[in-house]
Ligand binder design. Structure first.
Ligand SMILES: CC(C)(COP(=O)(O)OP(=O)(O)OC[C@H]1O[C@@H](n2cnc3c(N)ncnc32)[C@H](O)[C@@H]1OP(=O)(O)O)[C@@H](O)C(=O)NCCC(=O)NCCS
Length: 205
């Protein structure tokens, strides 16, 4: 069950590049929307003024929720439909967990945050600089946000991911470290196409 203690502050985030040809092709592929969405979510997509954008908002919310659920010890696996996003995009449910969700749009991207805790996480979406590696750009963005929030020099901050043979990509979720020591402040990274995004939970407001 989702923890309710006020000091628990966790975050997951996901960005989708709406102009990415792979994403556009996926949305048009027969059966794709049905594989990702529950019947209620499909109705939300069908009723929307912009079904493609609405679908990617749902998708991003599910991936953001997935990244948080893993930190609660859950393993949703390859099953987007097991996470259901509310029609107002304000929450996501997985079994007996209910997570807060917020979705933001611009013309080029949609970004979703899932969170638990007393205050809204900080996040930023940025264009991937030319020739930059997405993972490195995401870490740089996250360290910049964290330096501002924590009031410490960005050069003292780093992101580590410890190996985890059981996880999807072989590593644990990212951790924010200062001078090499984990801060205990939860963070999340995402990159897609021309964009990178980073989010930082704010445990005490
Ligand atoms: C893990 C997953 C959510 C990552 O999403 P993605 O769209 O592939 O990639 P994103 O760019 O958004 O996110 C990648 C970042 O997420 C973070 N990440 C990776 N695995 C993670 C996990 N299990 N938990 C939290 N964060 C994770 C990493 O920091 C990674 O960036 P990095 O490689 O630069 O360190 C996605 O690959 C996935 O869904 N995997 C299969 C599991 C599944 O089917 N989930 C269904 C969701 S309902």
């Amino acid at each position: 069950m989702t923890p309710t203690r006020s000091h628990v502050a966790l975050v997951g985030n996901d960005v989708v590049d709406l102009g990415d040809p792979d994403n556009q092709a996926s949305f048009g592929r027969p059966g794709y929307v049905e594989r990702v969405c529950t019947p209620a979510e499909r109705r939300t997509v069908e009723a929307a003024a912009d079904p493609e954008r609405t679908f990617w908002a749902l998708f991003a919310a599910k991936e953001a929720a997935y990244k948080l659920l893993v930190k609660l010890g859950e393993e949703p696996g390859l099953a987007h439909r097991s996470i259901e996003v509310a029609s107002d995009f304000g929450s996501a449910r997985y079994q007996d967990h209910e997570l807060r969700v917020t979705v933001e749009h611009t013309e080029g991207w949609v970004h979703a945050l899932s969170s638990l805790g007393p205050s809204a996480p900080r996040f930023e979406v940025a264009a991937l600089p030319p020739h930059a590696r997405a993972s490195a750009a995401g870490r740089e963005l996250l360290c910049r946000i964290a330096a501002t929030v924590l009031g410490v020099p960005g050069a003292t901050l780093s992101i580590e991911r410890r190996p985890s043979p059981r996880s999807y990509d072989g590593f644990e979720p990212p951790r924010l470290c200062q001078a090499g020591v984990p801060t205990g402040i939860d963070v999340s990274l995402s990159h897609d196409g021309k964009y990178v995004a980073a989010a930082l939970s704010c445990p005490s407001g």
